[in-house]
Design a protein. Sequence first.
Length: 192
Amino acid sequence: MSKQDAAKKAEQQAEQAAETEKEKDCNAAEQPQAETPGDAQLKKLQEQLEQSAADLAKQKDLLLRTAAEYDNYRKRTEREKTMVYTDAAADTIEKVLPVCDNLERALAQQGGTVEDFRKGVEMVLTQLNGTLEKMGVTAIGQQGEPFDPEVHNAVSHIEDENLGENVVAEVLQKGYRIGDRIIRHAMVQVAN
């Protein structure tokens, strides 16, 4: 065999190999590839990722709704608190207004004696104390009672043999409470 024949034969073999390769590629393109274990795992992971993304979106929506509900609740309770305070203040003022009316009438009176004026002021004070009592307000601090720092504010101290130790010698300004809450401590002078 000559070199030419050998070259021709090699060329034919190369062409044949190329055609065989082309046929394999065509057949591979026509036939779907069989799934490998890695492809199945990838598909499963993609499904899990999609499910996790859906769950995350659901939870995010729930969180936003809960935050909005809480914000609405906070605003509503703030409005209700303001309304309760306003209503309580209005009720209190409504009960005190008759006392103010009587004081204005007393000031509008012309003439009269000092004794008449004093009686009028005493009547207004009685009316005011009655109003406070109806609202549950009680006066605290009486002369002779034991000193209690929870309800008394000691502003001075005296030595008096007639009074016991830590006894209220004099009430300089009454204190007031409503229920268990001290509105104002009684200003007192304490003995011994």
